[in-house]
Design a protein. Structure first.
Length: 118
């Protein structure tokens, strides 16, 4: 289960208790949905390993599994977009502006660190 919204973030954004609770619920829902997909991703990767160990490769079997991995990746990305949109919809214009400042700081940090971290 996701951890509560950090107090420093709540204070900076001026989140109400209701907003923080709803954000936590949205994040929990995202975790449940994507957790199941990630479990399936691990299973498919295991199936791919098994298929690759066979003496004779089955292109159809491998291809279907790789397509399933891509479908899972897309579904997780779409779920993330929906969750982010739902969280943003909870915020006031002033809060959205503060989030934009934080996002820019993260982009600047990534750029300053060469895009790959330290």
């Amino acid at each position: 289960m996701p951890s509560p919204v950090p107090e420093s973030v709540r204070a900076y954004l001026g989140l109400t208790d209701g907003q923080a609770a709803r954000i936590l619920a949205l994040n929990a829902q995202y975790t449940v949905v994507t957790g199941a997909k990630q479990l399936r991703r691990l299973q498919v990767e295991g199936e791919i390993r098994q298929e690759r160990e066979r003496a004779v490769l089955d292109a159809m079997a491998l291809g279907l599994r790789y397509v399933e991995l891509e479908v899972i990746r897309r579904e997780v990305a779409e779920e993330r977009k929906k969750t982010v949109a739902a969280v943003r919809a909870l915020l006031t214009e002033q809060q959205k502006a503060k989030v934009a400042v934080l996002e820019q700081a993260l982009r600047d940090y990534d750029t300053a660190c060469g895009g790959g971290g330290i």
